[in-house]
Ligand binder design. Sequence first.
Ligand code: SF4
Length: 359
Amino acid sequence: MYPGMAELIRAGRFDICYSRCTFDPRRMIYRSGYNGRRINLFKVLLSSDCKFDCSYCQNAWRKGETISPEELAEIFRSMKEKGMVSGAFISSAVNADPDRVMERILEAGRLIRRFHTGYLHLKIIPGCSKDYIKEAVEIANRVSINLETTSESRMSEISGVKLFKEDILRKQRMIAKCVDMKRKEGYRRSHTTQIIAGLGETDGEILDLMNKEYEEFGIARFYISRFQPLKFTPFEKRRAESQRRIINLYRMDALLRMYDYPISLLKEVMVDGFLPPTDPKMAIAEKIIKEFKDGQDGREIDLANDCGFQLLPEMIPGCGKKISQMLREGKSLAEIKRMGYSIKRISAYSKGQKRIYEF
Ligand code: SF4
């Protein structure tokens, strides 16, 4: 293996989403999810040498490694033949003009497509031209461009080079159009994005951006990386973001993406722009119940009969898509439990083992 290859593979770990992607340092592979399947990924940078100046990223502040698209494709071929990986994710630091970097990513993608029909993810470099985006969407199953943060002003605090609107959001609009066109032709294509949580932004800012990304750009996933201070960077003395916040941000993402919670409801439980430390789904349920109780002027209420309509099955903590569907079909909690599902959390919101309409 090319001597700098390990560094180029390891460098990809700062781009993991903490949702379902993990890095196995022993085998130098990543495990990720795609279309509900777990796949072993060859996730690698073509270069870890960057001309940009992101204050949290080591690639900007020390000399990195660079590999050719041919070498990269050959290493992937050999790992694939050994059964170590079944998909590839090619990214790169910006070691030249953005178009030149995209050309190298595309070249690696083209070479890989000669022998690999499976999962291929290509990173889009901020500031690159539309033609490169178009070709990346032709070649790859999935493309992504990293937002890194929530706004133009936040971006100016972390980089003096990258322009949030011009280099990233504008390119994302192009990506969305290209992905849409390919889908209309019957191809399975998607695009995702990522931010780093812990660079001064609030949860409310993340929520607004997340909502815009799903609504306007039709992204498949909004990934969240945890800020970790790295040596040799201007942010090396900053505090690392807590894992607990990342978990709650992903819970917020699920409520928005899978359960269609209005953003106003999510914002109602925020304090000074931040989610409470508890599960936001639980905080919202508690708030709805409390408000209903308060509205009863101290009168003893029967949650079962009075409040049930306000808390839809999928809004009950512990109640996922499957259980809420069963509750809608009229199954009792006892029946659901007998089917092997945990009803521990849901039980706290029920009177005995009654049916959903009696919550
Ligand atoms: S563009 Fe920024 S985040 Fe990306 S590799 Fe370069 S310095 Fe790091």
